[in-house]
Design a protein. Structure first.
Lengths: 235, 235
């Protein structure tokens, strides 16, 4: 396990090609089975439906809670997707195959992050217009879309590495949210606050600290996950 | 069972002695705070417990880095032992803070950065314990523990920062005080001495408990090995 710090230098192009191949594999598998996106989407819509009754989303409350409702929905649907995407790798022995491939293992990590991000963005792309129509709010604010992208990136960056651990544990179905939510809390808070800022048209000076926090979180956790991923998948 | 090492027995005595002196200093040596009265005395052990909690989680993260870089079961044991001690002291920190806050802030709880960060930190390390319990293979358990100790520890300052941007009323006794904080006070020289002594004492308590816990872990592993050799075929 020590040699992983000094992996054989790999040409950059082959690194990204390997990552792209993992992403492509995930997308192609999903195109054929449609089991992951389907369950994430239905789940996300159910969460919004439950919020509707739980919070009585009338016009006045909607203005203040929309960003919170959206992010809780994304976070819950995200856990579902992360768990499933790593469980598929584990159960069908696909992960072992990936690990045998002569590529840098962090390429596998970035490929999985890209795949999970793609699924999350697709779910968000469906949820946002539906929410807009159901509650008659305009969610197509460019700033909001940027925040959603940054937030989702940080979420899957941490989520992918923790899900890789969770699926290898005995208690895997219950473990991922317990591992993920306390670690991802600053990201969610920043994302909720920044989204709310854009939706309610706050001054940029009030939104910028949150966006900075999102950026810092994304960079820190992508870097750390990139460094430790080897140890998570090692057999 | 082998006897306790000489160093540990000495440490037991020193720590016990220090603790008695610390109790004396907190209750008799330090003067009564003019505004808050007796309840202010919670402060000495409250901050000391918080310090030990943070120190313990830092030690666990460092042990995690060393374990991943160099291996060695010892570092895994240090990580686990330190987290367990840290969980207990963080809980003492939160509960003693609540007892102080009830008369001073007129509430058991408020959503202040320090309070939320301590609580989220506690949840992260409870998740750490659950991750370990859910992973059967000892070598994998050690790797996962190390990775999660690092990831979890890195998220703590970001959590603090995020809630700080959000709101704060917690007094800052050391360093520059925020005039809007409620329950702040200036330490007299005797208070400062009692405070510093409490910090020292609690650091000794931490080291002593860590040593005991490490010893317990080694003994538990030895028992496990004896059991295996007794039940193994051909034994």
């Amino acid at each position: 396990m020590v040699e992983s710090w000094a992996t054989v230098p790999v040409r950059r192009s082959s690194f990204w090609r390997a990552a792209a191949a993992v992403l492509w594999k995930d997308l192609a598998a999903e195109m054929r089975s449609r089991e992951l996106l389907g369950s994430m989407l239905v789940f996300a819509l159910l969460v919004i439906l439950i919020f509707n009754f739980a919070l009585e989303l009338d016009v006045r409350t909607r203005a203040t809670v929309t960003s919170g409702v959206l992010w809780v929905t994304f976070a819950f649907a995200g856990t579902l997707g992360l768990n499933r995407s790593m469980a598929i790798e584990k159960d069908r022995g696909c992960l072992d195959g990936l690990l045998l491939a002569p590529v840098d293992r962090s390429a596998i990590y970035f490929g999985k992050v890209a795949g999970n991000l793609a699924f999350m963005v697709i779910v968000e792309a469906v949820v946002l217009p539906i929410y807009s129509v159901l509650y008659n709010v305009n969610l197509f604010v460019p700033g909001l879309l940027g925040v959603i992208l940054l937030g989702s990136l940080g979420y899957v960056a941490v989520g992918t590495i923790l899900a890789s651990m969770a699926v290898q544990a005995r208690t895997r179905d219950v473990l991922l949210p317990i591992l993920l939510f306390p670690v991802v809390l600053p990201l969610l808070l920043a994302a909720v606050k920044a989204s709310q800022g854009f939706l309610q048209g706050f001054d940029m000076a009030e939104i910028v600290p949150w966006i900075n926090l999102l950026l810092v979180y994304d960079v820190v956790f992508l870097a750390v996950a990139w460094m430790v991923f080897d140890f998570v998948v090692e057999e | 069972m082998e006897p306790m090492p000489r160093g540990l027995r000495m440490l037991n005595l020193v720590t016990g002695g220090l603790f008695v002196i610390a109790l004396y200093m907190v209750f008799f040596y330090a003067p009564l705070e003019a505004v808050m009265g007796e309840v202010q005395r919670v402060f000495y052990f409250h901050v000391a417990a918080g310090w030990v909690g943070a120190l313990a989680f830092l030690v666990a993260a460092v042990a995690g880095v060393i374990y991943l870089a160099r291996g060695g079961k010892r570092w895994d044991r240090v990580g686990l032992a330190s987290v367990e001690v840290g969980i207990v002291f963080t809980l003492i920190n939160i509960v003693s803070g609540s007892i102080w806050a009830r008369p001073i802030w007129n509430t058991w709880w408020t959503w202040d950065p320090r309070l939320v960060t301590a609580t989220v930190m506690e949840l992260i390390y409870i998740a750490y314990i659950m991750l370990r319990q859910g992973t059967e293979d000892p070598e994998r358990r050690a790797r996962f523990g190390a990775v999660y100790a690092i990831v979890g520890f890195l998220s703590v300052p970001l959590t603090f920062l995020s809630i700080r941007i959000w709101r704060t009323i917690h007094p800052v006794v050391i360093g520059s005080g925020d005039p809007t904080a409620e329950g702040t006070f200036d330490m007299s020289p005797r208070m400062l001495q009692a405070f510093m002594f409490s910090l020292l004492t609690f650091t000794f308590v931490y080291v002593t408990l860590l040593w005991h816990r490490l010893r317990l872990e080694v003994l538990a592993e030895r028992v496990e090995q004896r059991k295996m050799s007794l039940t193994a075929p051909g034994a």
